[in-house]
Ligand binder design. Sequence first.
Ligand code: 6R9
Length: 572
Amino acid sequence: MDMTKVQPRSGKHNVEDLDVLREGFDWEEMKKDFSWYKTGKVNAAYEAIDRHAENPNKKDQVALLYSAPDREESITFDQLSKQSNKTANIFKKYGIQKGDRVFLFMPRSPEFYANFFGILKVGAIAGPLFEAFMEQAVRDRLEDSEATMLITTPELLSRVPVSDLPNLKQIVLVGANGDTEGDNYINFEEEMAEASENFDIEWVDREDGMLIHYTSGSTGKPKGVYHVHNAMIQHYATGKWVIDFKDDDIYWCTADPGWVTGTSYGIFAPWLNGVTNVIRGGRFSPESWYETLDKHNVTIWYTAPTALRKFVSAGDEVVKQYDLSSLRHVMSVGEPLNPEVITWALRVLDLRIHDTWWMTETGAMLIVNLPSMEIRPGSMGRPIPGVEAAIVDNEGNELPPNQMGNLAIKKGWPSMMRAIWKNPGKFESYFINGWYVSGDSAYMDEDGYFWFQGRLDDVINTSGERVGPFEVESKLIEHKAVAEAGVIGKPDPERGEIIKAFITLNPGYESSDELLEDIRQFVKTGLSAHAAPREIEIKDSIPKTRSGKIMRRLLKSWELGLPTGDTSTLEE
Ligand code: 6R9
C-alpha cells in the first residue's frame, strides 16, 4: 500500500472539491446562514441554541448527550435554551453586565454548558478554566482578567485564593447541597429552582467579546486570548466543511472546554450546525473511550494524537471488543499526527484520520484535511477557503515551496483573536508585514500541502497541552531548595514531549530522590499536574545569556546530544 497518499472514501461530503469552493469564495456568503443576517440581532448563544429551540422540527432533538460513569443525561435544544435562560437570569440578578468577565472552574457537566450560554446571553465574556488547575494557575488567570464572578464547585473552591482577588465579587457554587455561607456565595441549585425560563437575550455587536482563553507562550505569565462573537462564522463554516456535519450526526469532541478545541469544536461548531453533541465526563482509558463511541453510536469523532497513540499502544484486541461501525469520520488536532497512527486507523478502523491545524489565537481551523481530499500522512493539509497561508521569513516575505520557515496566515479571518487581554504590545508582536506569524515552523509542498516541523520558540507541547517553560520555572524556584531552573520539552514517543527541568540547588540542600519527588509534587499541587516536570536534573549552573535569559535551546541541545550552535551570547 502506498502510504504517501491516501485517497478519500466514497460517500457524499458537504464539500466535494476544495478548489471549487475556494474559487471566488467570500465570507459574506457564509453569513447568509445566520439569523442575524436577516434580523441584525447578534448573539452566538442565540445562533447555537435558541434558534434551534424556536424551530418546531429541531427543538426536541437531543443537543447535549452527557455521559459519565455516574450520570447519563439527554438534553434537548429546547431544554438547553431554557436552562441557559435561567442561568442568565441569575447572572443578571447579581449584577453581571455586558463585557464583565465570568469564569468557569468546574468539571464538564450539563451545568457547565447551561452556565456557559447564560454568560453569553447576558453579553458577558466567558473564561473557562481547566478543572486540573491548582491555586497559582487559577490565581494568575482571575487576577489578569479581573473576573468579577466565578462559577465553581465546593470541591474546587480550596484552589481559589478568594481573599487575594479583590475584583472577584461573587462565587456561584454548583452542587453545594444547601450549605453555602456568606454574602459572596450564590447557591446554584437554589437559584435555579426559582429562576425564570424566559430571558430577553442581550444583543451584542459581532465585534463584542465572547470568550477569553488563557494560553502559554515562551515568556511571561499565561496570556488571555480574546475572542469575539464574530468567530461563530468560522466555527460554523469549518463545522460544515471539515467536520462534514449532517443533521443526524452524533458527534464527539474529546477536548475539555478549558482548551480552545473544547469551546470552538466542543460547543460552537456542533451546535451552530444543530447536531447532537456527546460530552463525556470522567477519566481517559482506551476501553472507556471505545465504549463511548460504541454506546452512543458516534458518527464523527474529533480527538488528539496523544489519545490516538494510546489507542495504538492498547493493541488491536481491545478495539475488537467494541462495535464502532457507526463511526464515519475522524479528525485530530493539537500536535503532529504521526503517519503510523494513520496507518493503524486504516487497518483497524478502516477509516482515515484527518489532521487539522490551528491555535488558540486563530480561534478556529485554518489548515485542514477535508473528507473529500487526498491525505498525505505527516501533512496537516491545506488552508480552508477564505484563508491565505504561507511560509515566510523573519521579515514576513513569502518563501517558495519546500523551504522551511514561519507558518503564517494573512490577517483577517473571522475567528482571529481580537486582542491579548490588557497586553496590546504582545498582540502586535504576532503580526509582521500583514501576516499573523504562528510560531510554528513548517514548509509547503508544490501542491500546497503544509508540513509541520516544530515550534520556533520554547513552548512545550506535552500530550497536546501547551505549557510555557517560564510558568514552570517560576513555580520551581518558589521551592525552598531550588535556586535556578530551566525547563525544556524532551521528545517522548507517547506524549509528544515531556517536561524536563534543570535546576540548581540552594546552599545546604543535597540531591536525593525524596527531594526531587518533593519538588515535582510542589509544581503539581501548585500549578497543575500536566505542568509538573517528569524529569528533573540537578546542575551546578544554568546556562544564561549576558542579559540573564535562560538558554533553553542550549539545555535542549545538551539533552539531545546535538551540536550546541551559536553560544556567543552565553554568560560565561
Ligand atoms: C488548537 C490548538 C497550538 C499549537 C500550534 C502547534 C500545535 C496544533 C497541530 C499542531 C502539529 C497539528 N498544533 N495542531 N502541531 N500538527 N495538526 O491546539 O491550540 O493549544 O493553542 O496549540 O499546537 O504547535 O502552534 P493550542
